[in-house]
Write a new protein. Sequence first.
Length: 319
Amino acid sequence: MGSKVSLPNSIEETLALLSSGGYLADRALATVLHLSLRMKRPLFLEGEAGVGKTEIAKVLAATLNRPLVRLQCYEGLDISSAVYEWNYAAQMVEIRLSEAAGKVERENLTTSLYSPRFLIKRPVLQALETTERGAPIFLIDELDRTDEAFEAFLLEVLSDSQVTIPELGTIKSDEPPITIITTNRTREIHDALKRRCLYHWVDYPNAERELKIVETKLPGAAKALSEQVVAFVQKLREDDALFKKPGVAETLDWATALTELQEVALDPEMVSDTLGVLLKYQEDIDRIKGSKTKSILDEIRMEANSQATIAGSMHMPTA
C-alpha cells in the first residue's frame, strides 16, 4: 500500500513528479496541473487522441501513491453504470427471508432494502471515498463520448464533490478527488462544466521533447532509429491532408515495433511495411507509402546532413 505522498509545492516539483513517473511534460502543463492540485479544482484536458492526456492521471496515481478510479465514457453511459445501482438480487433475497420470518413491516423493510449494504458503488461513488493515502485520482476519460444529460449530472460532483441518491440522501467526500477530465473534442463540452475546471490544451510535443519521450520509454532503441522515427512523425504531422495524425502513443508503438524487428535506421521498404502501426486509416497509409515515404526520408537525411555540416563548421579550428 505505502504511505501518503505529499502534493508538489511548486511548478518545478510538479515537473519532477511527472518526470519520476516517466512523463515529460512542458512547463505550461506542469503549471496548470500544479494549480489544479493546490486549488483542488478538476483539470480539463483537451487535445487529439494519443497525445498523453489519460497518461497524466495514471502517472499521478503512481507517483502520489493514490488509487486510480477510471470512468471510461461512452455513448449511452447512465447513472447505474457510472454512479451506483441497487443490488436487486440481494434485495429480493432479503424480502424472501423477511417473509419467511414473518417480519414484513413495509416501512422497516423499505428502509432496510435501501441501506448502504445493498448499494453497488460505481466509479463516481468510488472516487468520493477518501483512503488513508488521500483522495483518489478520478479519471473521467473521453467525456465527449457521452451526452449532455450526463454532463449535467456531473456538475454536482465537480462543484461539491457529492452525489445525491434519492433513497439515501447526499453522499459527500471528506476530501475532493484529484479529478482529470479528458476529451478528444469530437463535440463541444458545455460551458457550465468547463467553468468548474482549470483548462489545458495538450498539443503534440516538439521534436526535442518527443525524442526525449522515446528515449525515456524505449532506452533500448538505437539512437539513430529514435531520431529518424521522431523526425518522420513530425513531418507527417505537417500534412493537413491526413485523416488522423499520429500521436505520441503511435510514435512509441512504431519505435517499439521497429526495435522488435531489430531495425537501426529507417528505410523506405520497412517504413511502408510498418505504416499500419503508425497510421490507423487505409487512406492515410495509401497517401504516405511509396514515393511519399521516400520523399520524407530524403528530406530527413538532407536536414541531418545539413545540421552535421553546421555542427562541424562550428568546431573547426580558426587560423
